[in-house]
Design a protein around this ligand. Structure first.
Ligand code: PEP
Ligand code: MN
Length: 263
């Protein structure tokens, strides 16, 4: 169902002011984790001011260590809804478990399925049934075929609002946190009609690389970007080392929009 043979025209996914696909580039910014009202609302305002159309923020966090911050859960979801109320940005947030889908749906505009859950088939079916747009992240060790078959689980439930997110894969190389293959953009565009969103934050794991990879992704035809930014990256509860400041995020937005217009 994701195939170009089924649908030759690119799909466009629109949620409020956010649009991705069919020539539209959706820009999502925000912190890795929702941490407080002040942190989230200031981030949302900065995303909006920079020209972003989506707000990201994790309320349920899949952390490598069980001793790390696990997210604010429903309190975090409430803050995301409050930020949407104030800014009009579409809210993207991760749902980690099937039993949380209903709860997350009450607050989110787009359900994110994280890399670690790309092959959690019951969760894929549940987000498919929810009818909400889904951002499906590529598993860090998933092949393109596995990625596309994971998307089929969602599409098969009658939900055609699926975006594919390349967030980097695990390779032998250690100079970046993951290896971000921008070749995924033309490859996926050839095979599927679904919008392709690039995550240069997890894809590189270093703030200083995010700008260049974001710009390159737009130049390569990405349908959207999802970027981590934070009012105070060194003191972030998660992923501060790959988060942009508000100023850096605004610079990246300006440059990406310039590149987009030049295409
Ligand atoms: C995130 O978006 O913060 C995240 C945990 O992403 P991923 O699932 O790609 O690791
Ligand atoms: Mn993160």
């Amino acid at each position: 169902m994701a195939s170009r043979e089924v649908r030759t025209e690119p799909s466009t996914i629109q949620v409020g002011s956010f649009t991705a696909g069919g020539g539209h580039v959706g820009y999502v910014g925000g912190p890795c984790s929702v941490e407080s009202e002040e942190q989230l609302i200031s981030s949302a305002r900065a995303v909006k001011a920079a020209g972003g159309t989506g707000l990201r923020g994790g309320a349920f966090k899949p952390r490598t260590s069980p001793y790390s911050f696990q997210g604010m859960k429903e309190e975090g979801l409430k803050l995301l809804a409050q930020a949407r109320e104030e800014t009009g940005l579409a809210v993207f947030t991760e749902v980690m478990a099937t039993e949380d889908v209903d709860l997350v749906c009450r607050y989110a505009d787009v359900l994110q399925v994280g890399a670690r859950n790309m092959q959690n088939y019951r969760l894929l079916e549940a987000v498919g049934k929810s009818g909400k747009p889904v951002l499906l992240k590529r598993g860090a060790s998933a092949t393109m075929d596995e990625f596309l078959l994971a998307a089929e689980y969602i599409l098969n439930e009658g939900n055609d609002q699926v975006m594919l997110c390349e967030r980097g894969i695990r390779t032998f190389e250690s100079h970046t946190r993951f290896t971000l293959p921008l070749a995924s953009i033309p490859y996926l565009h050839r095979r599927t009609h679904l919008p392709v969103i690039i995550d240069p934050s997890h894809g590189t794991g270093h703030t200083y690389m995010v700008h260049d990879l974001a710009v390159a992704a737009v130049a390569a035809g990405a349908d959207g970007l999802i970027i981590e930014m934070h009012p105070d990256p060194p003191n972030a509860q998660s992923d501060g080392y790959q988060s942009q400041t508000f100023e850096q995020f605004a610079e990246t937005m300006t440059r990406c929009q310039k590149v987009q217009r030049a295409l």
